[in-house]
Each structure stands twice: as C-alpha cells, then as structure tokens.
Design a protein around this ligand. Structure first.
Ligand code: SF4
Ligand code: SF4
Length: 396
C-alpha cells in the first residue's frame, strides 16, 4: 500500500481510504461478518483511513465500523466521521451528535472530523454563528478531535470562500476525471494545497457510475489503450496521478473491489501516467460529452450569475440524470446546489437577465435550458418543502 504524508500533521496515510457508506447488505441490513472481514483484510493490507458519517446507512455504518475496530484494530487506523449540518440548529445538537458518534465508534477520539457536505459559504457561516468552530477547537485541545475539516459539494466560488474562511486541517472534495471543472474543480484543489490544507478525494468514480454506466465507446477507448485495466483502475489511477491528493476514498461494497483497489494502490505513483494514457481520458471525456443533453463543458465563463445560479452545476446534475441513468442525480441536485441554504444556486433562481449567454463558448441557450432543468429537477413541490426545512433549520 502506497502512503502519502499529511503535510499539516505528518500522518502517513494510505492513498486508498475505505469509504464506509456502502457496506454489503443482507436481508435489508448490513452484512456484519462480511463487512468486518473486508475491514480487517484491508487493514492487514495497509489501509489506515476509514471514512464514515453520522448518517451513513442510517447510522449503522458508524456502529459497524466501531465493532470491526475492536481487538486492537482501532489504534492502527484513522477514523474520519462527520457532523450533519441539517440536524444542527443549536450547539447542543452538535454536542449530542458527537457524543453518539464516539459511542457508536467505541472510541475516545475522532482523527478526522468534518462538517458534512457544505455547499455554500452561508452554510458554514450559520454553523460558525452557532459556535461550532470554537467548540471543535475545544475538542481538539482536549484530544477528542485530532483534525478539523469539511466535505464539500457546492460550486467553485463557494469552495474558495469556505477554504479561506478558517484554518482548516484538511478538506474533502469530489474529484475525478469528469469533475475537473465541476464542484471544487482543479483550481479549488490547487488553492487548498497552496493554503497548506491537505485534500481527501471522494467520489473518484462518481459513486461507481464511471464504471457501470460508461458508454461503450468510452469503455472501448480505455480498453484499446490497455486491455488489462478496468474503467475503475483508469479512474483511480487518474486521481493518484495528482501529487496534490492525499487520500482517495472508495466506497467498497464487496471483497472483489477491496482486492482490486488495494492492488492498484500498491503501485500508483503521482505523475506516473504517460502522455498517451492521459490522452485517453480526453477521448473518454469527449465521448461522454457528446452524449450529454446540454453540451456544457463546465468551463465557468458564464459565471458569476448575479442571481446566484450555479449554471454549470445545474447542467452537470441534469446531464447525469440522462447520460448515466443516475437515479441519485436529483438528490445531488438539491444537495450540491444548496437548495435548503440561505443562497440556493438552483435553476429556478434565474431572473432571465441574459448576461451569461454571450460568454458561453458552446452557444448554449442558458435561460431556456435552465427552465427545463428547473421543471425536471425541482418540480412543483420544491418551494413548499424547502420552506418547511428552512424554517426548522432557522435558515434566513
Ligand atoms: S440569465 Fe439567469 S443564469 Fe444567466 S446570468 Fe441572468 S439570472 Fe443568471
Ligand atoms: S459558459 Fe457555457 S459551457 Fe461554460 S460553464 Fe457556462 S454554460 Fe457551461
């Protein structure tokens, strides 16, 4: 197992992190014996970073991980888990959730603790306004939290604002060969590293969609370059090729995936892909873009929108819904575009001013397309439901 050093605290982290949101299930519950065996096998082969969350698998992921790490395994690994902002509207909520997490995980400290799924700066400001950051610093001083970070699913501008808002110990972003210009983007990755903030990558294969839903032509392009590599291997190697990335999380749900990922992580070096190999990704991306409903490349030239719409973010979720038959695209649309935040960036925010369209090199009729996105992704229930949720969370 290759490792990379966390530049901020010297931790030697396995480049493969175990994402604990997709443990195998049996009769509707986590298959405990299989999951525990997968965790033990991965630790024996060098994996030392386990990423779970309060909400994963309805809270059962933390419980399972805690159980699996008994018998001496806990001290050999780093546990990352998260505080869900949508369940926190006062500091006391956070304290209770954290106490539950320690109990579930059967540990007295969390190595990497994250504000879960921030999508915009207003969300961070709301939590900071509740005193969460000061409280986390107290936990750090007491040794119950070793590193304070956040995971992010919004647009580039908000990532830049959040990453500069606090002296984070680390951050976690969605990054893969299809998301260079989406969410935090490559420039966000570079910015975090320039600020001395280590980066953990999630969704390296977009929840498996870059494997299972890859169009045939794209699959062939990979195969023709190296028939021995699977699309999963290509996707992972692309991220590990970036020296800026510390750990890549993979949500492994069977033994085969664990074995394959550990094999790849045993020899994946930064800057190791050849020019020919890198060109294949351009071919694959071109194939994917050709099949998209809205030919948005995510270049961002249309941004910023004065009404706050994350134009490329809206188009990306909408395209995923069709291109990858991605059933979670709608949920992701609401999450990543801050639907319940103080400043939503969803398509229905568009005021049709037209300012963006002249900047689009793809000549996309942005206003017209945003209307379609709003109709299909938000539907009629969006505004009343969001109103209720915002009221509960005291979002102004
Ligand atoms: S047309 Fe809509 S999306 Fe474009 S800049 Fe104006 S408000 Fe923003
Ligand atoms: S300018 Fe056009 S292609 Fe670029 S992000 Fe905006 S809509 Fe997409």
């Amino acid at each position: 197992m290759k490792t990379r050093i966390n530049s901020k605290n010297g931790d030697s982290l396995s480049i493969l992190g175990f994402g604990c949101m997709r443990f195998p299930t049996k009769n509707g519950a986590i298959d405990e014996s299989r999951s525990i065996q997968m965790i033990h096998d991965s630790i024996e082969k060098g994996v030392n970073y386990f990423d779970t969350a309060y909400i994963y698998q309805n809270g059962k992921s933390e419980l399972l991980l805690g159980k699996a790490l008994q018998g001496g395994y806990r001290d050999r690994v780093n546990i990352a888990t998260k505080l869900p902002p949508f369940l926190v509207n006062k500091l006391d909520n956070a304290k209770k959730i954290f106490a539950t997490e320690l109990e579930r995980l059967q540990t007295d400290h969390i190595d990497y603790y994250l504000l879960h799924m921030l999508t915009d700066k207003a969300m961070y400001d709301r939590l900071a306004g509740l005193g969460i950051m000061e409280w986390l610093e107290e936990q750090k001083a007491a040794g119950t939290v070793r590193n304070i970070g956040f995971s992010f699913h919004g647009g580039k501008t908000d990532f830049e604002r959040i990453v500069k808002a606090y002296p984070w110990d680390f951050c976690q972003i969605q990054y893969n060969y299809m998301d260079e210009n989406n969410q935090a983007t490559t420039s966000g990755l570079t910015l975090a590293v320039s600020l001395g903030i280590p980066v953990i990558v999630m969704e390296p294969l977009r929840g498996g969609k870059l494997v299972t839903n890859l169009p045939e032509q794209a699959r062939n392009a990979f195969h023709n370059c190296d028939p021995n590599r699977t699309p999963a291997e290509w996707g992972l190697r692309w991220i590990w090729n970036h020296p800026e990335v510390n750990v890549v999380l993979s949500g492994m749900s069977d033994e085969e995936q664990v074995e394959e990922n550990i094999r790849i992580a045993s020899d994946a070096e930064p800057n190791s892909l050849s020019d020919v190999e890198l060109k294949v990704f351009e071919q694959v991306k071109a194939e994917l873009l050709e099949k998209t409903k809205i030919p948005c490349t995510g270049c961002g030239y249309c941004m910023p929108c004065p009404a706050g719409v994350n134009i490329p973010g809206c188009f990306s979720c909408y395209n995923d819904k069709y291109l990858m038959a991605d059933k979670s695209a709608r949920m992701r649309y609401f999450q990543t575009l801050g639907a319940i935040s103080a400043k939503p960036a969803v398509a229905s925010q568009c005021k049709s001013c037209g300012k963006c369209e002249s900047h689009c090199p793809q000549k996309i009729e942005i206003r017209k397309e945003l209307k379609t996105v709003s109709r299909e992704m938000e539907g009629v229930l969006y505004k009343p439901v969001v109103g209720i949720v915002r009221k509960f969370m005291k979002v102004k």
